[in-house]
Design a binder for this molecule. Structure first.
Ligand code: SAH
Length: 357
């Protein structure tokens, strides 16, 4: 049992079952035992590998996109170029190197910022970015970003924010909760709370008993805050995550530990816990704030931004081994069997700006 499992069991014994969202929030963000507060999740030694850790080309193409977005927004004089949920800081490092090459004057004119909630990861990011072309400032929420037009990127951020789950019972939809079984172990149950049916995905009314539905108010609220800022101050944002373009039913809560699937209740705080991102819901939130949203697969985004050409240029004159490594990175980022189709890109921008590749 992890220390957090013990604490969660005591919380439930004292106060009753937790919503799946509260359970996820404790597992990921508890200041003492939360996964992102205590662990080194990334890379071969961690629990999963993210796109910026797969290849420098990911951050380079994001840097080119940020540059194009700044140009399409009218080259505002003092932009804020930011990342939310930066992990080890690798993506921002590759973005800064790319922007410094494209336009040294922009590096001088822009303010760079990282939005990160984990003090431990802030320290890791500081180390990664020591010696980069610009020194970013760190903030804990988008509201604390410096004022000005905002050009923002986030990779695998929304999947780390909690979802609520509902389960169809004989008596209708009920909130799915984490409770204690007779042996005192964590288990899923149907709780007493019933959702507003208008919030459930299409097909919910006709779903059979046992069906699961997910909604993510924390993700919607974060997207709304970012979109309202961009609508008011200018800018654009780009998000990558794994998830679906069409809302639907299904249990997508999953735990990853040491690169293998784990029972989501087995190792609270010691396994990464995520749920697929409902991109239609995020896009709708951006549109409500007055922005336009474009959705595509990660493969379409990266190939449209010139991934194959970038790999060709990096590989020119290199050994066959190095060329094979680059080809492997292209395959992992954009291949249909790897991240290319499961991962999606969401671009939000002010109406009339054309920012998709
Ligand atoms: N983008 C990185 C890391 C993804 S993991 C990569 O691709 O490798 C998720 C990251 O989001 C972690 O850095 C985590 O600490 C951070 N995070 C989680 N919730 C957050 C929130 N509400 N605001 C900002 N960052 C958050």
């Amino acid at each position: 049992m992890t220390a957090l499992a013990d604490r969660i069991a005591r919380l439930i014994a004292a106060g009753g079952p937790l919503s799946v969202a509260d359970y996820m929030a404790l597992c990921l963000a508890d200041p003492e035992h939360g996964y992102y507060m205590t662990r080194e999740p990334f890379g071969t030694a961690g629990d999963f590998t993210t796109a910026p850790e797969v290849s420098q080309m990911f951050g380079e193409l994001v840097g080119v996109w940020l540059y194009a977005a700044w140009q399409a927004d009218g080259r505002p004089a003092a932009p804020v170029i930011a990342e939310i949920g930066p992990g080890r800081g690798t993506l921002m490092k590759d973005v800064l190197r790319t922007l410094a090459r494209l336009d040294p004057a922009l590096i001088e004119a822009a303010r760079f910022a990282l939005v990160e909630t984990s003090p431990r990861l802030v320290a890791v990011q500081r180390a990664t970015l020591a010696g980069a072309a610009a020194t970013p400032q760190w903030v804990a929420t988008p509201a604390a970003l410096p004022a000005g037009p905002l050009f923002l990127v986030g990779n695998e951020l929304f999947d780390a924010l909690p979802v609520r789950q509902y389960v169809k019972t004989g008596a209708g939809w009920r909130e799915r909760v984490v409770a204690l079984d007779e042996a005192g172990a964590l288990c899923f149950r149907a709780g007493p709370g019933a959702p507003d049916p208008a919030l459930l995905p299409p097909g919910a009314a006709a779903a059979p008993p046992g069906a699961i539905a997910e909604i993510a108010p924390a993700r919607s609220a974060l997207m709304a805050a970012i979109a309202e800022r961009i609508a008011a101050a200018g800018g654009a944002a780009l998000f990558f995550d794994y998830g679906h373009l069409e809302p639907g039913l299904g249990d997508t809560l999953q735990a990853l530990r040491e690169h293998a699937h784990d029972d989501p209740l087995a190792h609270p705080g010691a396994a990464d816990l995520t749920a697929h991102v409902d991109f239609a819901a995020l896009a709708a939130e951006a549109c409500r704030a007055g922005l336009e949203a474009r959705l595509m697969s990660q493969a379409d985004f990266l190939l449209g931004m010139g991934l194959a050409e970038r790999a060709g240029r990096l590989g020119a004159g290199r050994t066959p081994d190095e060329q094979a490594r680059l080809a492997g990175e292209v395959e992992r980022l954009a291949g249909a069997a790897a991240m290319g189709t499961l991962f999606k890109a969401l671009i939000v921008h002010r109406p009339g700006r054309v920012l998709a590749p």
